[in-house]
Design a protein around this ligand. Structure first.
Ligand code: DC
Length: 229
């Protein structure tokens, strides 16, 4: 079974996807981390962010892998070409570089193919922007998760404080979220938009546990009454 969770930056997708996966015994795939890893590698190799061909080659040639922190059931560590980039892909520099990288069609083609290969191998919660629309249009459960801009910015600041990486300046984080929302929703290739059959959940003011329970409930319903082929 695939549970697709799409939505804008900072809506809580990562935390919620990991918790749902843990509860249901599913694996979890953070597709945003894959775009971030390619952006990191591009900066590392001095590839220009408007060089479509070079970015595509990079996305095809460098293997992206996920790993576990000991004792954690859901993978959190990210590697590209064998180098660990778990924390290095969460900086403001990568927040900015990932926008042109994720808008590059050849990068998307390469990463979507990898995501489909990974997801088809088992039961997965997959989070991103185009999972229910492009990567897994037949996903059994599709959720479009949103929250107000202000709440998303507050959450992202708290997350950055906890991780010890990224900006902790609220105004800067809010402006960057809004810039990325606009870029993600207006780009030509696979823009952020809800799948027609997605369940919309606005998590503003909701307890995270309630959102997790709601998605687990949708998964159980889909298991009991599969969608018609
Ligand atoms: O979810 P995130 O903030 O880590 O995602 C990083 C960037 O990658 C974000 O700007 C949007 C892009 N992205 C995408 O275009 N498609 C996905 N499936 C996941 C992320």
């Amino acid at each position: 079974m695939i549970i697709a969770i799409d939505g804008p930056s900072g809506a809580g997708k990562s935390t919620i996807a990991k918790a749902v996966a843990r509860k249901l015994g599913f694996s979890c795939l953070d597709t945003g981390a894959m775009y971030r890893a390619v952006a990191w590698q591009a900066l590392q190799n001095g590839v220009a962010l408007d060089d479509e061909e070079a970015l595509g080659t990079l996305a095809r040639d460098y293997e992206i892998a996920f790993g576990h922190v000991e004792g954690e059931p859901v993978p959190r560590r990210v590697f590209i070409g064998g180098t660990e980039v778990t924390d290095d892909i969460r900086t403001l520099q990568i927040d900015q570089a990932v926008t042109p990288v994720s808008a590059t069609p050849s990068v998307r083609t390469a990463l979507v193919a990898q995501q489909q290969r990974i997801g088809h191998a088992g039961n997965y919660v997959v989070e991103g922007r185009d999972i229910g629309t492009v990567v897994f249009p037949d996903a059994e459960v599709k959720v479009f998760l949103t929250a107000s801009d202000e709440e998303r910015a507050h959450r992202r600041v708290r997350q950055n404080v906890d991780r010890g990486v990224g900006s902790v300046d609220y105004a800067e984080v809010l402006a960057d979220l809004q810039r990325r929302d606009k870029a993600d929703s207006t780009r030509a290739t696979s823009p952020l938009k809800p799948a027609e059959d997605a369940v919309h959940i606005d998590s503003t003011g909701l307890y995270i546990e309630d959102v997790i329970d709601r998605i687990c409930q949708l998964a159980r319903q889909a298991q009991a009454a599969p969608k018609e082929a």
